[in-house]
Write a protein that binds this ligand. Sequence first.
Ligand code: AKB
Length: 313
Amino acid sequence: MKTETILVTGANGQIGTVLTTELRARYGKDHVIATDIRKPEAPTGAFQVLDVLDREALFALMEQARPSQVYHLAAILSAKGEQDPQWAWEINMTGLFNILEAAKAFGFKVFYPSSIAVCGGETPRVNTPQHAVLQPQTVYGISKVAGEHWCNYYHKKYGVDVRSVRYPGIIGYQSLPGGGTTDYAVDIYHYAVRGEDFTCFLAADARLPMMYMADAVRATLEIMEAPPEQIRIRTSYNISGMNFTPAEVAAAIKEHVPGFKVDYAPDFRQQIAESWPESIEDEEARKDWGWSAEFDLPKMTADMLEHLRQLDY
Ligand code: AKB
């Protein structure tokens, strides 16, 4: 087992919960410090309350813990960010600045999650290339584009080893998302397993890039473990898993849950979805650090349903 100390911000979130568990399996539960703004109901290892906006507290924790890697997941997502744009900007940008400044001072490696939300406006929507025009339409997307460039700046100017991927919508049975435009694709499975009808907040044909949690966590760990010379892009890498519409995921679920009913009531999130890609081209990640997704829609659906059926609702 490896013995360095790893720190995760936003560890109670959708990806943080699963990534922390995986890191603990690899590094030992006391070598992975989970942090979040609130305590989890049942901590599964070392935990510290941390507000990423509190630079003094963040520096004190880094000084004391001396992590070798920090996974900076604390952020406000696309839909929630639109409810209070300046608050979302403050959390997403000041939080990142505090982490990058601490990385400069203490010399740890950083993982920064970007998103397909960097796309918008004139970005090509089909097989979106790595190097495309980025005109995001949400404050979340604007903060992620700016964040990617600040990561690149800290790498070039101060030598901070910061690595990043643009996550598509992430689907997993272990945790619930909060405040995103792709959240429907997790909720729909829970409704199906509970035997309830589902109303989707996106239109039936709103195609978006998605990825199963197992692939997303593996991508995160693989980019962090790659030799530094293989990480040529220090803004953020496109990574692709699968893409589908709400109607297609509903049909995939109906193969296992024949009576499942879905209707559609698109709200403000439909407009966000329409500004995002339908599919992603990830040649650079494949070439540079060997990225390749394993799950497609049928394989993910079978696995999601199998795990969710074990939950006691
Ligand atoms: C969201 O929907 O905001 C996120 C994302 C794609 O970054 N899941």
